[in-house]
Ligand binder design. Structure first.
Ligand code: NAI
Length: 329
């Protein structure tokens, strides 16, 4: 099938070309994000391949349908950037990659935690300037701490297992209890109980109307003083202005973010010459106890290969018999 591949980076092309070695699919790569304007790039393609910072709102979906698009293949697990109700109404199937490497994201969350706690980012910069002092670098043992996980699906479970290996007490909140987590030693508690007992809170639930701004002024107030928060899930789970206030008054001791509320316009691009226009993000970057990465939790060789293989397999299935493999709910 002919595929219009939006929002392409060099690494996407490398991994998709590798997975499409037999050239079963004809892919045209575009660097533009998918939006109303860029739909004009589509000529006779039947499939659109999009990423998390592409905009698949009702207007774009109607346009895609009118251009003869038959399938939307997301090369991501999350689909909160798609108006799913509208896609259903238009009978426009949307497929995704539900799991490509939960370990990639869980390990990145652990990386943020370790780096923040021991000030590794600060020590690295300091030593390059010839400063070998230990000033302000004291961390805490992660062993023995209480780690609270919100969302114990594939990634949350992988994160829980690593934290159990560190010798932590792991408590969790989820609307569904994961039996494997319970067997491994995770204890499910209410959200309020988790907020008030955890030394470290890591977010691994999806963005839904229920989880939007789950971390807000009220939930922050219930947390332990100096709590560490790690968010590798979705930016809009956290009310950024509320968390900035909590960083200022010390309620939040350490903050690791791989995602940000308004990341769509920024992440994956290079603004090092222009500077960033987003004053809220700019303020966040001034805190020494905050680390921000640019939505790179998924970015490992294994995950990229799985993403490419599953996306192409989803498209092959559709082409062969019209069946929907890995359709969004
Ligand atoms: P999953 O679907 O396996 O697990 C999500 C869990 O969240 C489920 O157990 C579900 O019951 C729970 N959940 C749903 N609503 C909830 C609520 N209101 N409160 C508490 N828990 C709730 O998903 P997976 O694969 O573990 O991914 C989790 C999230 O990680 C994704 O939704 C996505 O936002 C994010 N992600 C981030 C990546 C990155 O590169 N930083 C890459 C891939 C995913």
């Amino acid at each position: 099938m002919k595929i219009a591949f939006f929002n392409t980076k060099q690494y996407d092309q490398e991994y998709f070309d590798r997975a499409n070695q037999n050239a079963a699919q004809q892919i045209r790569y575009f660097s533009s994000h998918l939006n109303l304007e860029s739909t004009s790039l589509i000529t006779d393609e039947k499939v659109v391949c999009a990423f998390i910072n592409d905009n698949l709102n009702a207007e774009v979906l109607h346009k895609l349908k009118s251009k003869g698009i038959e399938l939307i293949a997301l090369r991501s697990a999350g689909f909160n950037h798609v108006d799913v109700a509208c896609a259903k109404q238009l009978s426009l199937p949307v497929v995704r990659v539900p799991a490509y490497s939960p370990f990639a994201v869980a390990e990145h969350a652990v990386g943020l935690l370790l780096c923040l706690n021991r000030g590794i980012h600060r020590a690295h910069n300091r030593i390059r300037e010839g400063d070998f002092s230990l000033r302000n670098l004291m961390g805490f043992d992660i062993h023995g701490k209480t780690v609270g996980i919100i969302g114990t699906g594939k990634i949350g479970q992988a994160f829980a297992n690593i934290m159990l290996g560190f010798g932590c007490k792991v408590i969790a909140y989820d609307v569904v209890h994961n039996e494997q987590c319970i067997k491994s030693g995770v204890t499910y508690v209410s959200l309020d109980n988790l907020l008030s007992h955890a030394d470290v809170i890591s977010l691994h639930c999806p963005l839904t109307p229920e989880t939007y701004h789950l971390i807000n002024q009220e939930t922050l107030a219930k947390m332990r003083d100096g709590v560490t928060i790690i968010n590798t899930s979705r930016g809009k789970l956290v009310d950024t202005k509320a968390i900035i206030n909590s960083l200022k008054n010390g309620k939040v001791g350490l903050l690791g973010l791989d995602v940000y509320e308004e990341e769509e316009a920024l992440f994956f691009e290079d603004f090092s010459k222009k500077g960033i226009q987003d004053d809220v993000l700019a303020r966040l970057t001034t805190f020494p106890n905050v680390i921000i990465t640019s939505h790179q939790g998924f970015f490992t060789q294994e995950a990229m290969l799985n993403i490419a293989q599953t996306t192409l397999s989803n498209i092959n299935q559709f082409e062969q018999n019209g069946s929907i493999q890995n359709g969004v709910i």
